[in-house]
Write a protein that binds this ligand. Sequence first.
Ligand code: HEM
Length: 203
Amino acid sequence: MEAFNTFITNIYPYIAVTIFLLGSWLRYDHGAYTWRAASSQMLSPRGMWFASNVFHIGIIFLILAHIVGVVAFGSVSDWPLTVSFVCGFLILIGGGYLVLRRLGNVRVRITSNRSDTLVIALLVLMAILGLVMTEMKDMAPYVIEHYPDAMEPYLKGTVDIAILHRALGWTILAIFPFTRLVHIWSIPLGYLFRRYQLVRARR
Ligand code: HEM
């Protein structure tokens, strides 16, 4: 277990970042026509405005908070942890709906590929792990005092949600280039600054 923890903490992030960068570059070069968000809103718009926006606001601020946390504090702590916590709930609500829709809506299901379902399910799972882990950290002193036996596996390190969270988190980065997540590279910031489009009726 110790060796696994060391691998996930000290080596795996470098492997994941390398695959993320090289993979994205190769996909852009060799699969430019597959580089898209693959929106399914046209197939079934119901609930999408709410769920998609809630999910995207949650994930965007969560990514920013995680980056600031790791770069400035060495880990996700302090105020980035509070931001991540709130975003975790947004991801759970918006993303939860998107998972159910992907599995339950026939038109969406048959046009999805495996990676579409995997990616959204993984992100929701990560949000759950993050929320549970944070709650456990807060509750740990109380539980250790009142239920020492229940905490034993965690204290011995046999069950470590933080390591699982890290391992899966870096795995998402490693599979990023092979999924629809590549659309994140193409943030359409130009929309904010471009000039208005003039649309004239054909009269
Ligand atoms: C889609 C959701 C999420 C993704 C992809 C994600 C990804 C990651 C990654 C890659 C790390 C490792 C950073 C490092 O190596 O230091 C990490 C750490 C962490 N995340 Fe998340 N995370 C998510 C959601 C959350 C949520 C909702 C919370 C709750 C507040 C959270 C709290 C934390 C904390 C506390 C750490 C540091 C854990 C440690 O020190 O081992 N995360 N996350």
